[in-house]
Design a protein around this ligand. Structure first.
Ligand code: GTP
Length: 396
């Protein structure tokens, strides 16, 4: 499916420095040496760097970022998703010289700037890093998170964002007209809403070499399931790894994020059905699924079971994987109950990734077999892509 192995310019082989807590029973932090894509998280003191890292990758509730201590030396955080990442959370006073690694080692630089910091200091620091990064590693993605955006009213937010953007561009032009061509990506972010997830997802997309193949699979899934929108999410960080070709509207993205968060927080209820217990749930066919099951070809690698007593507006089904003892939970919730209606569905695809798709309720209710059939093939495709990604990194 993937034509030729992707190449990874800015990766490193390291042992994870920080072991993430295991969430939902889906993932464990690996202690093996793996090749990780490095992301540099920079910004002045109190800009919000550690908060961003902790909220996204350590499930820290945004309000608790208030209690985070100042970072005194660089902390490297490992995170495993479709590609293994290493995020360097740097202290506010770091310079190119004291970084401890050449900029060519990094795939991405994220500079976090407080949206109220229109002053010289943060802009100078940002420009200094942009120039150094451009000289040493012109292929590096340069991202600016204009952070704590929720602190300002809509008009001020747009104005400050515009001013920061303009000042950085002007300063770069003052240094050299050559720097006009530097591609900078500005994002408005806040840990208190989904803007941070959306922005970081976009950063991640540039690092996933297999993105076009994942997008193709999502397009095929949408076309065959009459889905107007589908995302492939990393379940723990709630970053979306890929989506279909239709435009992303923030409301739909936020809805999927919230649903994933809700399922994550209820995940422990199903602990008895996770791989740890090694016990499948008792099989109880759902009334609607049983009526369509005869239309649905039996998935090649799974059988179905349903948790009893599910709410009327949402369902959760657990599908054991016979050979690997892995479970593929699925769930659905009705968004607009009145006809024609929309249903949001969740299907676990790998131990780390989940498919979230909007579907017309009539399709979800009337053609469930077809949906399950499509999900099985989608899962096969994604797993194949992930295996190729992994093999390429492992140098096999
Ligand atoms: N309002 C608001 N506050 C935030 C946001 N993100 C972080 N903060 C707050 O900003 C303060 C500093 O956050 P940190 O994450 O410690 O900042 P840092 O850049 O890692 O700081 P140093 O470790 O000193 O370099 C904390 O009180 C956070 O609660 C945000 O999106 N909105």
């Amino acid at each position: 499916m993937v034509n030729g192995p992707p190449s990874y310019a800015a990766t490193s082989t390291t042992t994870p420095i920080v072991n993430r807590p295991q969430l939902n029973g889906h993932r464990t932090a690996s202690s093996d040496a793996v090749t990780r894509t490095k992301i540099l998280l920079l910004g002045l003191r109190r800009a919000g760097k550690t908060s961003i890292q902790q909220v996204l990758f350590n499930n820290l509730p945004p309000k608790q970022t208030f209690y985070l201590e100042t970072t005194m030396r660089t902390v490297k955080h490992a995170f495993d998703t479709v590609i293994p990442l290493e995020i360097w959370d740097c202290p506010g006073n770091i310079t190119v010289e004291t970084l401890g690694a050449p900029l060519s080692h990094f795939s991405t630089m994220i500079f976090v700037i407080d949206i109220r910091d229109l002053y010289n200091n943060p802009i100078s620091k940002l420009v200094e890093f942009i120039v150094a990064a451009y000289r040493e590693n012109p292929n590096m993605s340069l991202e600016v998170f204009v952070h704590k955006a929720e602190k300002l009213q809509e008009d001020d937010k747009i104005e400050n964002f515009r001013q920061i953007h303009e000042r950085v561009s002007d300063r770069l032009l003052d240094i050299s007209p050559e720097y006009e061509q530097i591609q900078l990506n500005f994002h408005l972010t806040s840990v208190y809403d989904h803007s941070l997830h959306e922005a970081f997802s976009k950063v991640l997309h540039k690092l996933v070499e297999s993105l076009p193949y994942l997008e193709d699979l999502l397009n095929v899934f949408c076309a065959n399931s009459q889905s107007p929108k589908a995302f492939l999410f990393d379940t723990t960080s709630r970053l979306y790894i890929a989506t279909d070709a239709s435009p992303v509207d923030s409301a739909t993205h936020n809805l999927c994020c919230d649903y994933l968060q809700m399922l994550n927080s209820f995940g422990s209820l199903y602990k008895s059905a996770t791989p740890h217990s090694r016990k499948p749930l008792p099989f109880t066919p759902p009334p609607s699924a049983s009526s369509t099951s005869s239309l649905s070809p039996v998935p090649p690698r799974s059988s179905s079971s349903t948790s009893p007593g599910t709410p009327t507006s949402s369902t959760t089904r657990l599908t054991p994987h016979p050979s690997k003892d892995l479970f593929y939970p699925s769930a659905a919730t009705s968004l607009h109950p009145s006809t024609p209606g929309t249903t949001l569905t969740y299907h676990l695809i790998t131990s780390q990734l989940a498919l979230l798709a909007l579907l017309p309720t009539s399709v979800y209710e009337g053609r469930r077999g077809l949906l399950e059939f499509n999900v099985v093939f989608f899962r096969e495709g994604v797993q194949e892509i992930c295996e190729v990604e992994k093999e390429t990194r492992d140098g096999r």
